[in-house]
Design a protein around this ligand. Sequence first.
Ligand SMILES: [Zn+2]
Ligand SMILES: [Zn+2]
Length: 243
Amino acid sequence: MKLTFLGTKGYIDHSSRRHRMHASLLVSYLDRQIMVDCGSTWQKKIEKVDPDAIVLTHFHPDHAGGLIDGAPCAVYATSQGWDKVKDQEAFRNIDKRTLVPESAKTIKGITFEAFPLLHSTRAPAVGYRITAGRVTIFYAPDVVYIESRNKALEHVRVYIGDGATVTRSMVRKPKDTLIGHTPVQTQLTWCSKEQVPEMIITHCGSEIVASDERKLGAKLRKMAAERGVKVQIAHDGMEKVLR
Ligand SMILES: [Zn+2]
Ligand SMILES: [Zn+2]
């Protein structure tokens, strides 16, 4: 399985050379490639990526806003997700496919299993357990809490998690909604508890994007080592091959 971190930025205005595009992961296996999430910075740029399918975690603009002009391939999301955009003109002509939570679905040779996450009351979100060949990873770019964490992270080689905040809690309550992100620190503890050896941080917030990443990286590696886990901050274009 090859991972390409197409974009690594969260829902922030800030950007840098390393974090310019909204968080999106390209999963490749045997000449097929699937794009996970497609935020508004990807609008008019999907053809260049040329995915065989697109899979969405949720319908916030930094994850689905790039589909406003349609999509060149089928797009997968849960029925709870599609339900939230059923009245939106922009999504009308998309070839919509539905994924059932906690039920594995193989798309072009790569298996996806959606796990419901607590993240936003307005935009129901899932994380994906993704398997190709002998390798399984988990992708949760926006997360407060994984409901079936034990099952979701079982035998996972790499957990790719939410970098919106490093140590402070970030649960906002604009109007009657809740939008939240769990700190990287807590996600490293999940990895430790579920015996996941490595975390890669994506969906970076301003704490990472505006920082000196060498200094922050050292701090994170110490935090991870205390939990017996390895950690790395992804950047746009970063590739990783897992065998
Ligand atoms: Zn987001
Ligand atoms: Zn979100």
